[in-house]
Design a protein around this ligand. Structure first.
Ligand code: PMP
Length: 417
């Protein structure tokens, strides 16, 4: 929900930072980009990092003592500190750069889960997990004999915390929960889950892919052991993500990938591991992407995360109230006036979500249709697919009106069939 201290965004000004937003699509139709939960757009100053890096100081990190390698290494290392600071972690030792949220979850599932889980243990997930977490833990559980349990969701799309208290027990080794659902927009009570997990000596992992871009996140306040997010959903580039892990746990854990960069001493018989976080970053890392990731954090902080959250909340409220005008539109997740993120999944009675997104595309409106990598959640909601509009700092009410008009057009088109 919007905070009292937030200030309105100068959206017209901000849009100038994103050249892509002024392009047209199809038949010279202005672009209305409402697919931000899948990938956000990239501001000039983040794009410029790539030109600066490749024109100015492109070199491999940590391997050379020449000028370029030193400059690249310093920038890459400082980028870890910056991204760590952005989510409240204690510096670079607690911030591993991965490819994305999916790889961050896999890293822990493989490095910790495969070694630590066994028959009799359980991993507790939620019914609203993204496949990135659900499929990963499901497969690691199959290989280790551990059980996977799912915390139910309530009719209004929230976590049933009573059920969580029943499921999490002394055999629970890991609770892995999405911080904000990419379909329902629900903001899960991660601190409460962390408390419950820790009461039973289990770890807690939160998937912050939809949270870090949209609100201030502090991993220490949340009390999590691991936290994952992706740069490309927060004005950063594709190809890089973050994994926060508590230092003591990361020190204990086995590496995920082996090879160069992640070692300290190697003989024909044995190897020892590099300091954190490099122990988990085998091979040549995502250097330019990592530096651009830090720039995206600067960009968002300059705007103010509280201001971004308040702006998105207003847009989500506006979209919910516009959709409420129609009897044949169903929206999912918490309703008007509740804490939720800036995305709205919906269905239209007479038109399948795929047809709907294809027709609104003819009007220049980019939304997503399908199961949004949450097939079991869609089964649970009794639908095969939904359409999803997701907003970011540069979106406007007028763009939501354009979406609603395009949905109207789809309804009319199908009424004639
Ligand atoms: N978790 C959630 C909640 C997401 O919304 C997404 C992106 N759709 C992911 C995980 C996966 O992110 P990525 O594709 O960047 O790994």
């Amino acid at each position: 929900m919007g905070t009292q201290e937030s200030a309105p965004l100068d959206v017209a000004r901000l849009r100038e930072d994103f050249p892509i937003l002024s392009r047209t699509v199809g038949d010279d139709t202005p672009l209305v980009y409402l697919d931000n939960a899948a990938t956000s757009q990239t501001p000039n100053r983040v794009i410029d990092i790539f030109g600066d890096y490749y024109r100015g100081y492109n070199a491999n990190v940590h391997r050379g003592i020449h000028y370029l390698s030193q400059e690249a290494s310093i920038a890459y290392e400082q980028a870890h500190d910056r991204v760590a600071e952005f989510v409240g972690a204690d510096g670079r030792e607690e911030m591993i750069f991965t490819k994305n949220t999916t790889e961050s979850i896999n890293l822990v599932a493989y490095a910790w889960g495969l070694n630590e889980l066994s028959e009799g243990d359980n991993v507790v997930l939620t019914e609203m997990e993204h496949h990135a977490s659900l499929v990963t833990w499901q497969q690691i559980a199959k290989r280790t004999g551990a059980e996977v349990r799912y915390i139910r969701i309530t009719e209004d799309g929230k976590l049933d915390m009573e059920h969580a208290r029943e499921l999490i027990d002394d055999d629970t080794q890991m609770v892995s929960a999405v911080h904000i659902s990419n379909v329902l927009g629900t903001v899960n009570p991660i601190s409460d889950l962390a408390q419950l997990a820790h009461d039973h000596d289990a770890y807690i992992f939160a998937d912050g892919a939809q949270a870090v871009p949209n609100r201030r996140v502090d991993v220490k306040d949340l009390g999590v052991d691991f936290y994952a997010f992706s740069a490309h959903k927060m004005c950063g580039p594709t190809g890089v993500g973050g994994l926060y892990g508590k230092k003591a746990i990361l020190e204990d854990m086995e590496p995920f990938l082996y090879g160069g960069e992640m070692i300290r001493k190697v003989t024909y018989e044995e190897s020892t591991w590099n300091d954190l976080p490099w122990k988990y970053e085998a091979g040549t890392p995502l250097i330019a992407e990592g530096i651009a990731f830090a720039e995206a954090c600067d960009y968002l902080d300059d705007i103010g995360m509280d201001n971004i959250q308040a702006h998105e909340h207003q847009l989500a409220e506006y979209a919910l109230s516009r959709f409420a005008e129609f009897d044949d539109v169903t929206t999912y997740g918490p309703g008007l006036g509740e804490d939720r993120s800036g995305l709205v999944a919906f269905t239209l009675d007479s038109v399948h979500a795929h047809d709907l997104s294809s027709i609104v595309n003819d009007y220049g409106v980019a939304i997503r249709a399908g199961d949004h990598c949450t097939q079991p959640l869609h089964d649970r909601l009794g639908i095969s697919a939904s359409a999803r509009a997701s907003f970011y700092l540069y979106n406007t009410r007028e763009e939501i009106d354009a979406l609603v008009d395009a949905v109207d057009a789809a309804r009319e088109l199908f009424a004639d069939i």
